[in-house]
Design a protein around this ligand. Structure first.
Ligand code: SF4
Ligand code: SF4
Length: 57
């Protein structure tokens, strides 16, 4: 399991700066999280202005 970024993302880049394991990178239409790297710390969700990062069940 990992966090994932929804369509709500406005590509501000704040989450990528906060991620402790550099799992977030800029994709074509939104930022994306590498599920192999994510440690589910929630930091990205904490800084996102539009609550785009969500925990996958
Ligand atoms: Fe990075 Fe933590 Fe967000 Fe996973 S939950 S992408 S480790 S900031
Ligand atoms: Fe997208 Fe939120 Fe990350 Fe900004 S902080 S790039 S809006 S997911």
């Amino acid at each position: 399991m990992s966090y994932t970024i929804t369509d709500a993302c406005i590509s501000c880049g704040a989450c990528a700066e906060e991620c402790p394991v550099e799992a977030i990178s800029e994709g074509d239409e939104r930022y994306v999280i590498d599920p192999e790297l994510c440690i589910e710390c929630g930091a990205c969700a904490g800084v996102c202005p539009v609550e785009a990062p969500v925990a996958e069940e």
